[in-house]
Design a protein around this ligand. Structure first.
Ligand code: ATP
Ligand code: ZN
Length: 298
C-alpha cells in the first residue's frame, strides 16, 4: 500500500454512535494514536486519520471532500440531502454500507390528549423538529400543508411550551416520548448508522477506501454470524439443518460410539435467536453450542 496517500474518516466525537464507530475501526485491525480531547487520531498501522466531530458536521465534511469517508446516521445524511435538494443543489456523498447500530426512526408524535393522531390531521399544524428539510420534503410529497419550526435539541418539550401542536423526532425505545406525555403515531423514516463516502476520490484513495470497506464488511459479518455445533439424530438431520439460520452446507461428522447420531457444525450467517435453539432442541438436537466468530474472510 502506498504510504504517501492517507484517507480521512469522520466519526462522531461523543454520542450514541461514537463507541460503536471506534470499535468498528479497531476491529478492522486499525490501531489509533489518540489522547483525550484530541480532534484527530492517527492510524499507526493503516493509512487513515480519524476526525472526531459533531455528527451534524459530517455531511459537510464529506460533501466538500475534507473527509473521504464518514460514519453517521441515515437521518443526518437524509436531512443534508433534502436541504440541498430544496436549494436545487446536488450532494457529493454516496452511501457505502449499512452498519448494525444506531437504529432509530423519525416519527410524528402528539400529546396524549391531542386530536392529531394521523398524518392527515397534521394539516395546518405547527411541527417542532430538528429535521425540517426531511419533514418539509415528506409533507410536500404527501400533500400536507403544515409549518415546521426548527429546534436544535429538546424537541419533546416544545408542545408543553405552546410553540407547536406536535413534534417530529427520532425515537428508538419511545421512553423519552412517553416521559414527556407524547404519543407516536406515524413514522416517516427508518434509520441506522451507515458508512458514507465522498463521491470523487483519487484512485489511490479509492484503493484504500475499498480495502477498508472490505474489512468493515467482514467485521460486521463476523458480528452477525455464529458458529453452531450440535448433535443431531440422523433421522431428523434434514429438519435440523433446515432450522439453522443462514447456513449453506454444514459439516456432518460421525460420533464415536453412536450409530444414530451425528455432529453438525455450521456457520450461521444470520442471527441465532433463543427460539431457534429451542426449536432445534424440540427436533432432538443436543449439546448445542453457539460460538462467536472473530474474523471471516471468504
Ligand atoms: P452531536 O453532539 O454529535 O451533534 P447528537 O446529540 O446530535 O450529537 P446523538 O444523540 O448522539 O447525537 O445521536 C447520534 C445518532 O444516533 C443520531 O443521529 C441517530 O442516527 C442515532 N440514534 C439512535 N437512536 C436515537 C435516539 N433515540 N435519539 C436520537 N438519535 C438516535
Ligand atoms: Zn448532532
Amino acid at each position: 500500500m502506498n504510504n504517501e496517500t492517507r484517507i480521512r474518516i469522520a466519526i462522531q466525537k461523543s454520542g450514541r454512535l461514537s463507541d460503536a464507530s471506534l470499535k468498528l475501526i479497531s476491529q478492522a485491525g486499525i490501531k489509533l494514536a489518540r489522547s483525550k480531547d484530541q480532534l484527530i487520531a492517527y492510524g499507526n498501522n493503516y493509512p487513515i486519520d480519524v476526525l472526531l466531530t459533531r455528527d451534524d458536521d459530517i455531511p459537510t465534511l464529506l460533501n466538500e471532500g475534507t473527509c473521504d469517508i464518514g460514519i453517521m446516521g441515515y437521518n443526518i445524511y437524509n436531512e443534508f440531502k433534502c436541504s440541498r435538494e430544496a436549494d436545487k443543489n446536488n450532494t457529493n456523498i454516496d452511501s457505502a454500507m449499512d452498519l448494525p447500530f444506531g437504529e432509530c426512526r423519525l416519527s410524528f408524535a402528539s400529546p396524549y390528549d391531542s386530536e392529531i393522531k394521523s398524518l392527515s390531521d397534521c394539516r395546518g399544524t405547527k411541527i417542532a423538529t430538528s429535521y425540517p428539510a426531511t419533514v418539509n420534503s415528506y409533507l410536500k410529497k404527501m400533500d400536507i400543508n403544515a409549518t415546521c419550526i426548527e429546534f436544535k435539541g429538546s424537541v419533546e418539550i416544545a408542545p408543553k411550551l405552546g410553540t407547536c401542536n406536535l413534534i417530529c423526532d427520532l425515537v428508538s425505545t419511545g421512553t423519552t416520548l412517553k416521559a414527556n406525555g407524547l404519543e407516536e403515531f406515524h413514522t416517516l423514516l427508518e434509520s441506522s448508522a451507515q458508512v458514507y463516502r465522498h463521491s470523487n476520490v483519487s484512485e489511490a484513495k479509492a484503493k484504500i477506501i475499498n480495502n477498508l470497506l472490505d474489512r468493515f464488511r467482514s467485521v460486521v459479518r463476523a458480528i452477525e454470524s455464529k458458529y453452531v455445533t450440535l448433535h443431531a439424530p440422523i433421522a431428523k438431520l434434514d429438519t435440523i439443518i433446515s432450522l439453522l439460520p443462514g447456513s449453506e452446507s454444514p459439516t456432518i461428522i460421525p460420533l464415536n460410539n453412536s450409530a444414530d447420531k451425528v455432529a453438525v457444525h455450521a456457520l450461521c450467517n444470520e442471527k441465532v435467536f433463543w427460539e431457534t435453539l429451542e426449536n432445534l432442541k424440540k427436533e432432538g438436537a443436543s449439546s448445542i453450542l453457539v460460538i462467536p466468530i472473530e474474523k471471516i474472510l471468504d
